[in-house]
Design a protein around this ligand. Sequence first.
Ligand code: NAP
Length: 194
Amino acid sequence: MTKILILGANGQVARNTTRVLLRDSDAELTLYLRRASRLKNPDPSRVTIVEGDVLDPKTLKRAMAGHDVVYANLAGDMKRQAEHIVAAMHETGMKRLIFISSMGIYGEVSGEQYSSVLDPYRDAAAVIEASDLDYTILRPGWFTQDDEIAYQVTQKGDPFQGHDISLNSLSTLIMKLALNPAMAVRRSLGVSRG
Ligand SMILES: NC(=O)c1ccc[n+]([C@@H]2O[C@H](COP(=O)([O-])OP(=O)(O)OC[C@H]3O[C@@H](n4cnc5c(N)ncnc54)[C@H](OP(=O)(O)O)[C@@H]3O)[C@@H](O)[C@H]2O)c1
């Protein structure tokens, strides 16, 4: 049974992915978030909730031990967050990381200049790409609430296709990556409806 640590578990995508993982897999989840009282445990038989900040190395390492996959769903000072995650993964012997970034970090969206807004995402991706982890960076388009599951991926170096991605599609892809240790390893994938 795959054990997944979800960092930033109260985020919009993380909450949707938790729901999808509980419905469509038998994975065990640890939900790591600040101010944990905001989150109700959706299934105490499979879910553990840990209060913590990703920038707190001691709590992060303690939470990480024993998991197969780290899925980071963060915002804010993402370069520092990525540095802390990579360090904690090294120290706990973990390899597999799924990290949510954004479309546009490599200038791959034609006609769009995202400038400094995306600097934290670019810098975080650079930290992860320089590591020896089995990472998959996801660069999703704009989130929609559509029910449909429809997505296509583009590789780093390719132009981004489309503009939007439904949360359910993104969560489905995250679940597949989390359950398949060899899928898209050391890749940075653009994700959109196409
Ligand atoms: N909206 C879009 O269309 C779109 C498109 C592409 C990419 N993205 C990006 O995709 C990512 C995921 O999206 P989302 O909607 O799920 O984001 P979100 O709802 O803003 O969730 C991000 C989470 O990160 C947590 N966080 C920030 N710093 C932390 C720290 N030091 N320790 C622990 N947790 C921390 C926040 O926790 P708190 O609740 O405690 O603050 C928040 O719950 C974001 O970076 C977003 O910008 C969004």
